[in-house]
Design a protein around this ligand. Structure first.
Ligand code: NAD
Length: 269
């Protein structure tokens, strides 16, 4: 394991489960102090914190710290209070990971505006609010910072019956690029990761059902769903100084899903 985050401070939203949990642990394994944000799952957040502490002690990172902060990222007052608490406690943040995200299926003609507001609120507004607060802090002291957003292959691939999710991830692409361009000359990098189908609680509908999982995996060129740790590794790269010349990009980690798998066989000519 590399040690790219010794002395660095990171905030991971939605870190009580799934990919966010894996990112928090990966950054800790490389030496980072980590804030675990979450909205509801108290025991999941406590479990992530235990894993982070274990990673610190196994790595010998005696100065590294962990904080748990419950906050709904779609709520402006909650986000500003979270930054006040984190910066009050640590005085510094170097890495902002916007991972929190939700989805809900519905035929679009029956979809509800309340779900539009909720899904866009968490996935896009939350990303905007946390990015804004992180950038304010990055600009307030030398050294810049890195933001990495959790997008999706559905940033570019439409997802019927998940209209609001697709809109949120499409919006995230432009949020990532616009902030990247606006702050490129001030040592602030903004990138995104676009996962494919990953084994996490958001995919409960198929991960424990072998038949449904086989259907999902039949669509993936690499023939398998991804693991959270494989996605966390990409976040760690983009957040680290190894990616020092990369900004405004979405790095798809999806087993080939963005390669138009329907064209695997020759049928069009
Ligand atoms: P998950 O359901 O396991 O985790 C979601 C996390 O978001 C949880 O920790 C939850 O507490 C948090 N969260 C939800 N609402 C919140 C709010 N209002 N404020 C703060 N935190 C909140 O899902 P996951 O698969 O780990 O998803 C994480 C991210 O990865 C999401 O943005 C999702 O869109 C993206 N993603 C997942 C997949 C996949 O296949 N699992 C694929 C592409 C993208």
């Amino acid at each position: 394991m590399q040690q790219r985050f010794i002395g660095k401070y990171a905030l991971v939203t939605g870190a009580s489960a799934g990919i966010g949990e894996a990112i928090a642990v990966r950054l800790a394994q490389e030496g980072a102090s980590v804030v675990i944000n979450y909205s509801r799952n108290d025991s999941g957040a406590a479990d992530t914190a235990e894993q982070v502490k274990r990673a610190h002690s196994e790595g010998g990172f005696n100065d590294a710290r962990v904080l748990i902060h419950k906050a709904d990222v779609s709520n402006e007052a909650s986000v500003t209070a979270m930054f006040e608490a984190v910066l009050g406690a640590w005085g510094r943040l170097d890495v902002m990971i916007n991972n929190a995200g939700i989805q809900k299926p519905a035929p679009s003609e029956e979809s509800m505006t309340a779900d539009f507001d909720r899904i866009l609120g968490v996935n896009l507004r939350g990303c905007y609010l946390c990015s804004r607060e992180a950038i304010k802090h990055f600009l307030s002291r030398p050294g810049g910072g890195a933001i990495v957003n959790n997008s999706s292959v559905h940033e570019i691939i439409p997802k019927p019956q998940y209209l609001f999710y697709s809109i949120s991830k499409g919006g995230m692409e432009n949020l990532t690029k616009t902030l990247a361009l606006e702050y490129a000359d001030r040592d602030i990098r903004v990138n995104a990761v676009g996962p494919g189908a990953i084994v996490t609680p958001i995919n409960m509908s198929w991960i424990n059902d072998p038949k449904a999982k086989a259907v999902v995996e039949s669509h993936i060129p690499m023939g398998r769903a991804g693991e959270s740790a494989e996605i966390a590794a990409v976040f760690a790269f983009l957040a680290s100084d190894e990616a020092s010349y990369i900004t405004g990009q979405t790095l798809f980690a999806c087993g080939g899903l963005t390669l138009f798998p329907e064209f695997r066989t020759t049928w069009s000519s």
